[in-house]
Design a protein around this ligand. Structure first.
Ligand SMILES: C[S@@+](CC[C@H](N)C(=O)[O-])C[C@H]1O[C@@H](n2cnc3c(N)ncnc32)[C@H](O)[C@@H]1O
Length: 186
């Protein structure tokens, strides 16, 4: 179902690199769900996905957590068109997709998730004031960012506390060897 939807939409509006569409489930769906290995979202919580592109990590997480509200934003309207179409076709009632720049958003969230949008320092500057004061989860509200490769320089320039979670602890596929979820409390 997801594969057919994304293959069709990807023909019209490129949201996943064309050579990567065959790896949709591992490289995009499972990778997105890696966030859930690190943090289970409580029913009623609010999650923002910044720079969602075609809906990653937001759509797989919204499928997994039907009682959690997901706000998926991207600055490019046609990407949001894909997210809305996919979300409607899947019958997801917990997804709001909107064309917006992260810096201009007004809402408050429990967690802010993202993948492949910008360096963590800049990301932090965009959204540091967008979490709710009170946490309903065990950990503080904050950022859960999917990152890969060598992160030392990027994390050094952040100059904030963070926690690294290796997705290779949860998934055996080679793709996850260097993949991490970076948690930054806000
Ligand atoms: C490389 S894509 C990643 C898309 C998706 N997160 C994924 O992993 O498949 C980066 C996305 O971030 C969006 N973006 C970049 N800066 C943004 C901003 N300031 N606010 C909202 N979206 C932004 C771009 O339009 C683009 O769709």
């Amino acid at each position: 179902m997801l594969f057919d939807l994304y293959s069709d939409w990807n023909e019209k509006i490129n949201v996943i690199s064309r050579k990567d569409i065959d790896n949709l489930y591992t490289n995009h769906v499972l990778h997105s769900l890696g966030i859930a290995k690190v943090q289970q979202f409580m029913a009623g919580s609010d999650i923002l996905d910044v720079g969602t592109g075609g809906g990653f990590p937001g759509i797989p997480l919204a499928i997994l957590f039907p009682d959690v509200k997901f706000h998926l934003v991207d600055s490019i309207g046609k990407k949001i068109t894909v997210v809305k179409e996919v979300s409607t076709a899947l019958g997801l009632k917990n997804v709001k997709a909107e064309q917006a720049r992260a810096e201009q958003l007004k809402g408050e969230y429990d967690f802010i998730v993202s993948r492949a949008v910008t360096r963590i320092k800049e990301f932090h500057q965009w959204i540091h004031n967008k979490t709710k004061d009170k946490s309903i989860h065990e950990r503080d509200n904050g950022i859960l960012y999917l990152k890969g490769g060598d992160l030392d320089e990027e994390l050094n320039e952040l100059k904030k506390p963070y926690q690294l979670n290796n997705l290779s602890d949860y998934f055996k596929e080679e793709f996850f060897e260097t993949k991490k979820v970076v948690y930054v409390p806000l």
